[in-house]
Design a protein around this ligand. Structure first.
Ligand SMILES: [Ca+2]
Length: 490
């Protein structure tokens, strides 16, 4: 940090850095506004993507620090969230799938909100924070709350357009045994409705009410708000769709399988194919690809607008100077990159995920290219709040990067999806798949980000890369051994 900025460090941070962290008075601790955005890949204006309208997240980044090379631990909802919220790495049997429950996979662990609750915070969960709202019920000071979808008789998908409901009824008449709530309608809709018709608009309203209420308390709060969009289906008010013309969309630069990629690296985009009017196999039409891309972008802008309402409320309540804001997406997303839609893969487009932290007095629009991962959030918030870090954490506090974004940090980060285990270094990303019965590597891929940032050429079998491939495989093996040996407290 330049010397001229040192005066900006508030007293509470100096106290953290210079003395016993637990000596801080409870009422002096900063509030935490913890914003999760489901399936948000780092395609935002503040990430250099000027075609995206994300003014509110951009404004947060201008007051925060943007972690430009941040990675999730598992590119699927439930598993990613369980790892992030526990601060523990995944393994072949821990934090594996979308429906992961932390309390089942790692029982007895003190999760991030529970830890803050035990240190005097009022902890509140709104929307999609843990994948299952009733996972870790003791983590929250009051029961988690989520808004009802606009037509709950059609499940959680939140369809408001009568055309979508007609399509659902059509699908149901062809499948009379299927329940309405299990039928997925179209992959998108764009009716001319108010923001508050959909769940995320209702969630922002509730969050604003929570901020007003929590501001009056004497103890600090940890308010977690999990938005659903841009998760499928891409349902958002028409005004957000109108921000993106189909003629000027940025489509995937590489909608093809990388050269020499193993078959394990590619999937059939099954999550998307569950939706009505999407073919069960083969590529979607060009028109559908454009609409899906437009819909994904529209949902980003819709959610960005809801986040803006929360941040405006923070300002109007004069809470900003004592509130740390964390914004994260739970993993990346493919918009036909490598032929893929959705997540569930070991490419950069699935594993890289947004992370922005605004810490009053410490952040002012920094950006770091250091390699970071979601397990680093838990220890970072402990340090920023002046709490000792629990022993079970696998991550490293990001505070050194906040004070100096150029500070040397991690040599590598680790991510995995099912049997595919990845290591990402400054120059490379290497993934290997291991046969659990024979403990043998059955497939592998290596991308050289110095020359191939889009990951179009798998060079794992290229003799020129044999030394680096061997080295990265060994590092993965060491990490695997340590993570598999870690046991839950109970
Ligand atoms: Ca997700």
């Amino acid at each position: 940090m330049p010397l001229r900025l040192l005066w900006l460090i508030p007293l509470f941070v100096l106290a953290i850095l210079s003395c016993n962290p637990t000596g801080q008075d409870q009422q002096d601790r900063p509030n935490i506004l913890f914003i999760a955005v489901d399936d948000l890949r780092p395609e935002l204006n503040c990430y250099g993507k000027s075609h995206i309208h994300s003014p509110n997240i951009d404004h947060l980044a201008a007051r925060g620090i943007l972690f430009n090379r941040n990675y999730c631990q598992v590119p699927v909802c439930g598993a990613s969230r369980a790892s992030l919220l526990s601060g523990v790495r995944p393994t072949s049997s821990r934090f594996v799938d979308y429906s992961t429950r932390l309390e089942e996979d790692f029982p007895g662990v003190v999760s991030l909100p529970e830890y803050f609750k035990s240190h005097g915070y009022t902890t509140v969960s709104r929307g999609k924070v843990f994948h299952h709202a009733n996972d870790q019920p003791d983590a929250w000071s009051e029961p988690p709350w989520s808004p009802a979808p606009v037509n709950p008789e059609y499940g959680w998908f939140d369809y408001a357009d009568s055309n979508s409901l007609a399509i659902i009824r059509q699908i149901q008449s062809a499948n009379p045994d299927a329940k309405n709530t299990a039928i997925r309608g179209p992959a998108f809709e764009f009716p001319d409705v108010a923001d508050t018709v959909y769940k995320d608009g209702k969630l922002a309203q509730k969050g604003m009410e929570d901020l007003e209420r929590l501001a009056k308390q004497n103890n600090p709060f940890f308010l977690a708000i999990g938005f659903w969009k841009p998760h499928l289906p891409f349902n958002a008010p028409r005004k957000y769709w109108d921000m993106y013309s189909g003629d000027h969309l940025e489509m995937s630069p590489n909608p093809y399988i990388p050269e020499n990629a193993p078959k394990q690296a590619i999937h059939n985009s099954g999550e998307l194919r569950n939706y009505g009017l999407i073919p069960k196999s083969g590529p979607v039409s060009r028109d559908t690809a454009r609409l899906l891309t437009q819909g994904y972008y529209a949902c980003i802008s819709y959610t960005d607008a809801q986040i803006g309402k929360l941040l405006d409320m923070l300002d109007s309540l004069k809470l900003r100077e004592n509130t740390i804001v964390v914004l994260w997406g739970d993993h990346g997303w493919n918009l036909e990159d490598h032929t893929l839609w959705c997540k569930h893969a070991n490419f950069e487009t699935s594993m890289r995920a947004p992370l922005i932290i605004s810490a009053p007095g410490l952040t002012h629009g920094q950006m770091t290219n250091a390699l970071t991962e979601f397990i680093d959030i838990y220890p970072t918030l402990c340090e920023l709040a002046g709490l000792e870090k629990p022993d079970h954490l696998d991550g490293t506090s990001l505070l050194p990067l906040i004070t100096n974004p150029q500070e040397p940090f991690k040599d590598a980060i680790y991510s995995r999806f099912h049997r595919g285990e990845s290591i990402k270094t400054k120059d490379y990303v290497y993934t290997e798949w291991i046969d659990p019965k024979q403990s043998e590597i059955v497939a592998r891929m290596l991308y050289d980000h110095r020359t191939d940032s889009l990951e179009n050429y798998n060079v794992a079998e290229d003799p020129r890369y044999s030394e680096i491939t061997m080295h990265l495989s060994k590092q993965l093996e060491e990490r695997r051994r340590k993570s598999e040996a870690k046991r839950a407290p109970e």
